[in-house]
Design a protein around this ligand. Structure first.
Ligand SMILES: Nc1ncnc2c1ncn2[C@@H]1O[C@H](COP(=O)(O)OP(=O)(O)OP(=O)(O)O)[C@@H](O)[C@H]1O
Ligand SMILES: [Mg+2]
Length: 338
């Protein structure tokens, strides 16, 4: 699964078809260099020069929990860095295959981590540009015969030099529909994953069980993905911490009573339908800010201070329907619970 790579990170002069293997540059041949084994190497210096620490710190700061994911990202960074140092002293470096799958429930941080991953891979010069192109089935699969391959190739072209993030990737495979063009998209993507794997990283994302079924049905895809990262649900404590970070970002904060109310809110909300981890936290905070604004407005500006503008009070939380439903024993299965 590994190919040898020369770290020549110039712009690739690829043709128009992203599925074609890049042309070999005949001028690339260089005379063998003899580097003595006791040549000192400076991994720390290479690490400093890459500015990767900055992204890793940001990841630690901005993302609560997710310890196994953070560890994997650091390991990947270390591998790429050592590869660079190896080529620097005339040792071969294998191109590690970095296609990945991110499985987990909604709002567990998959898209956020994909963005950071693209940034890290770019800083370590694994990919040229470091941008993230997010797509779902609709952007890849056409409605009519002959439409799918050009559509998929267009997306791949856009993603070249960066990361292609395919959300809910299992929708590409619809075995119940024999005239489905999804498999054509999969074939095209597979070719690029194999032939261009030093210029694009493909991340497939979605629910774990459905993704596992997808891989069972598409062993070719499974075998080309080296890293399977599973994003666990956040605990209530982590969600509270995430809420704190989100508020801080916008210069808001909970009063101590509001924090206690939000903790209660979380315990109730987690049990309700359509709970989406950190995404539900973000939505709940948006609504709390709305209620806070109304409360301040209703106060008619009497004796308000800057601090009031920043503070979420317990009533901004407790007005949520989640508390009312809990009090009346309602167990609705509506779409969005406020
Ligand atoms: N561990 C975390 N710490 C802090 N914020 C987080 C964490 N996980 C997610 N978030 C925040 O929650 C929101 C949703 O995260 P994100 O979009 O990355 O989730 P996702 O797994 O891609 O969800 P979906 O499956 O719904 O697309 C974002 O605003 C993100 O910043
Ligand atoms: Mg997402």
């Amino acid at each position: 699964m590994e190919a040898e790579r020369r770290y020549s990170f110039g712009g690739r002069s690829g043709g128009d078809d992203p599925t074609e293997a890049p042309e070999q540059d005949a001028t690339e041949e260089q005379p063998e260099r003899v580097v003595p084994d006791d040549t000192p190497v400076d991994i720390e210096g290479a690490f400093r020069d890459s500015n990767v620490q900055e992204v890793l710190d940001k990841l630690d700061r901005e993302l609560v929990g997710l310890a196994p994911i953070k560890t994997r990202i650091k390991e990947t960074a270390a591998l790429l860095l050592v590869d660079r140092v190896r080529t620097g002293v005339g040792l071969p470096a294998a191109v590690p295959s970095l296609h990945m799958s991110f499985t987990g429930n909604p709002g567990t941080g998959k898209t956020t981590v994909a963005l950071r991953m693209a940034e890290i891979l770019h800083r370590l010069e694994y990919i040229r540009k470091g941008h993230l192109v997010t797509v779902t089935r609709d952007q890849l699969v056409g409605q009519y015969i002959g439409h799918t391959a050009p559509k998929t190739k267009e997306v791949l072209k856009k993603a070249m030099g960066g990361v292609l993030f395919i959300d809910e990737a299992y929708y590409l495979h619809r075995p119940e529909n024999e005239r489905d063009y999804g498999s054509e998209a999969i074939e095209t993507i597979l070719q690029v994953m194999e032939n261009q794997r030093d210029d694009i990283v493909v991340i497939l994302a979605g629910y774990k069980d459905r993704m596992e079924r997808f891989f069972e049905n598409n062993p070719g895809m499974h075998s080309r993905i080296a890293h399977h990262l599973d994003f666990p649900d956040h605990t209530a404590g982590e969600l509270l911490q995430i809420a704190g970070l989100m508020l801080e970002e916008q210069q808001y904060r909970f009063s101590p009573e509001a924090e206690a109310a939000f903790r209660e809110y979380l315990d109730l909300r987690i049990e309700r339908p359509n709970f989406s981890n950190a995404r539900s936290v973000r939505n709940a905070l948006d609504r709390a800010r709305l209620r806070q604004a109304n409360r301040l407005f209703d106060a008619g500006g009497r004796g308000l201070t800057r601090k009031d503008l920043m503070t979420i009070e317990p009533e901004d939380i407790r007005a949520s329907r989640v508390f009312q439903d809990a009090a009346s024993g309602t167990e609705e299965t509506g779409t969005d619970i406020r």
